[in-house]
Design a protein around this ligand. Structure first.
Ligand SMILES: NC(=O)c1ccc[n+]([C@@H]2O[C@H](COP(=O)([O-])OP(=O)(O)OC[C@H]3O[C@@H](n4cnc5c(N)ncnc54)[C@H](OP(=O)(O)O)[C@@H]3O)[C@@H](O)[C@H]2O)c1
Length: 253
């Protein structure tokens, strides 16, 4: 579906939109006529480049919002800025995430707080603050980007997996609580792209992971972006679902 009048085009906030999956999702929805709010924290340069690219295509159709999602006050300010930007909000994509190992015996409370903040706490408080705006939309929608490892845990990443599991539970719980005005769904990526900083050490692990993917390849950012776009506007009768986009990995052993 495209939007005929750019001044009334629907508005989506995408967290972690400066690069990778978030940026691909922004490009995807923008192509379909959406105005996009690109949240970022460190990736400000690439987020502004992306906004310039999208605004060159349709003036004032993309804006950059900066917030550290580990800072509760910044999350509140991000919600306020999101509504102020265009005076409406139709969809929220909770995509931002911190990801790193937390082997038992080495994990600090600061790491716990950081992993839960970006992967669970900020998505909840953003959803809460933005609910009135989403309810005011004709087709309000939230999509949470989870991980197949919320259900099939990854060793040495217990805290990350726990935080993503919380996001999965939030998806189903909010789907109940925000119905019928707002649909809430999730996408659970498998191996989409190797985390940045993957060095020689992880080559063996990468091979092992690929061996467990029936489709035999990593997905790509657009695989996730396409599924997010589908959940937002490809169907108006899906809520409370988490779609695994993982090349078959989670069902094929
Ligand atoms: N890549 C995969 O193969 C894979 C697999 C399973 C699940 N996923 C999930 O899919 C989503 C996107 O994956 P990705 O690989 O594109 O993610 P990513 O590049 O690892 O992270 C996305 C963004 O999250 C933002 N972020 C992290 N902590 C933040 C904080 N405290 N405050 C503000 N922003 C914060 C960062 O923004 P800045 O750079 O602006 O700081 C980062 O660019 C994530 O939810 C991830 O868990 C990905």
């Amino acid at each position: 579906m495209t939007h005929d009048d750019p001044l009334n085009a629907r508005v989506v906030l995408i967290t972690g939109a400066g690069r990778r999956v978030g940026a691909a999702t922004a490009r995807r929805l923008h192509r379909q006529g959406w105005r996009v709010l690109l949240h970022c924290f460190h990736s400000q340069r690439t987020a502004h480049l992306l906004a310039d690219e999208l605004n060159a295509f349709r003036p004032d159709s993309a804006r950059v919002l900066i917030a550290n999602l580990s800072d509760a006050r910044a999350v509140t300010a991000l919600a306020v800025a999101s509504i102020d930007a265009y005076g409406r909000l139709d969809a929220l994509v909770n995509n931002a995430s911190s990801f790193y190992p937390t082997p038992v015996g080495t994990t600090s409370q600061a790491q716990w707080d950081d992993l839960f903040a970006s992967n669970a706490r900020a998505p909840f408080f953003l959803s809460q603050a933005l609910t009135p705006a989403l309810q005011a939309s004709a087709r309000g929608s939230i999509v949470n980007v989870i991980d197949i490892h919320a259900e099939f845990p990854l060793a040495q990443h217990t805290v990350y997996c726990m935080a993503k599991a919380a996001l999965g539970t939030m998806t189903k719980s909010l789907a109940k609580e925000l119905a019928p005005r707002v649909r809430v769904n999730g996408v659970a990526p498998g191996a989409i792209a190797w985390p940045e900083g993957s060095g020689e050490m992880s080559a063996v692990l990468q091979e092992k992971i690929l061996a467990s993917v029936p489709l035999g390849r990593v997905g790509g950012f657009d695989s996730i972006a396409d599924t997010i776009a589908f959940l937002i506007e490809g169907s108006d009768y899906i809520s409370g679902q988490i779609i695994a986009v993982d090349g078959g990995r989670s069902v094929w052993g």
